[in-house]
Write a protein of this length. Structure first.
Length: 265
C-alpha cells in the first residue's frame, strides 16, 4: 500500500448516492480489487429498517411528598442523590426555598429542578417588585409550567411540587417537565412515592394536629427509604403556615429506623 497513491491527484475515495463511500486504488487493494464499502449512518435521517438513535436514559430516584391539612401544608423529602446504582450524595437539599411563603420540591434531574426553580424564584421576586404584592401559589406554579413547556420533548426531567400560602390560604400544585400542572391536596413524587402514598392514605385526615401531621410525613418518607434503594439519607420536614414556612426537623433515617423498631416492641 503506497502513500503516494493516496496523496496523488486522483481521489482514493468515491461517494455513492446511498450515503456510502468506497475506497478505490491501492488503498483498498489489499482487501478486494473492487474496493471496500463503508455505510455512513446519518442520525438525523435514519435509513429504512433502522430506528432513530436512542436517547440517554436517566436513572434517578427520590421520594418527596406534600399534603394540605387544617394548619397549612406539610412538605417532606429525603436527601439521597443517585447516579444509576451509585449513591452520589446523602445530603442533597431537595426543597428549594423560593421565598418566605413558597417552597418547591425536587424530583427527577437535580440540575433541571434546581435551575428552573431558582429561575422561578427570580420571576416571583420580579412580580413582587412590579405589583407591590406577593405572588400567589397558583400564579407561581403557572409561571413554572409555562417556562418548562417551551422545552417539552427536549429531555428535561423534573417533577416538582409548588407549595405555599397566599390570600386564598394554603396552596399545593404539581408541575412536571411536560408542562402538566395539577392542583391537589396530597402529592408524592419519585421512585419511592408508592410506599409513601401507602402510609399517607392510611393516616391522613383534615383535622390532624401539627405534631400528628409531621409524624405522618416523617414516617411516610422513612418507609419509602426503607423499601426504595434510590431513596435515603435524611428526612427533611417543612411546615408552611400563614406566617410563612418553617423548617421543622432533619432526621437521619437510620435513627428513625431504630426509633420505630423500639416503638414496635
Amino acid at each position: 500500500m503506497a502513500l503516494a497513491s493516496v496523496l496523488s491527484g486522483e481521489s482514493a475515495f468515491s461517494f455513492n448516492n446511498d450515503r456510502s463511500f468506497g475506497l478505490a486504488g491501492s488503498l483498498a487493494g489489499a482487501a478486494s480489487c473492487e474496493g471496500l464499502t463503508f455505510a455512513v449512518r446519518d442520525p438525523l435521517c435514519p435509513e429504512a429498517g433502522v430506528g432513530p438513535e436512542e436517547k440517554i436514559e436517566f436513572l434517578h430516584g427520590t421520594t418527596t411528598l406534600a399534603f394540605k391539612f387544617q394548619h397549612g401544608v406539610i412538605v417532606a423529602v429525603d436527601s439521597r442523590a443517585t447516579a444509576g446504582a451509585y449513591i452520589a450524595s446523602q445530603t442533597v437539599k431537595k426543597v428549594i426555598e423560593i421565598n418566605p411563603y413558597l417552597l418547591g420540591t425536587m424530583a427527577g434531574g437535580a440540575a433541571d429542578c434546581s435551575f428552573w426553580e431558582r429561575l422561578l424564584a427570580r420571576q416571583c421576586r420580579v412580580y413582587e417588585l412590579r405589583n407591590k404584592e406577593r405572588i400567589s401559589v397558583a400564579a407561581a406554579s403557572k409561571l413554572l409550567a409555562n417556562m418548562v413547556y417551551q422545552y417539552k420533548g427536549m429531555g428535561l426531567s423534573m417533577g416538582t411540587m409548588v407549595c405555599g400560602w397566599d390570600k386564598r390560604g394554603p396552596g399545593l400544585y404539581y408541575v412536571d417537565s411536560e408542562g402538566n400542572r395539577v392542583c391537589g391536596d396530597c402529592f408524592s413524587v419519585g421512585s419511592g412515592s408508592m410506599y409513601a402514598y401507602g402510609v399517607l392514605d392510611s393516616g391522613r385526615r383534615e383535622d390532624l394536629s401539627v405534631e400528628e401531621a409531621c409524624d405522618l410525613a416523617r414516617r411516610a418518607i422513612y418507609q419509602a427509604t426503607y423499601r426504595d434503594a434510590y431513596s435515603g439519607g435524611q428526612v427533611n420536614l417543612y411546615h408552611v403556615r400563614e406566617e410563612g414556612w418553617v423548617r421543622v426537623s432533619q432526621d437521619d433515617v437510620l435513627k428513625l429506623h431504630e426509633q420505630y423498631r423500639q416503638e414496635a416492641k
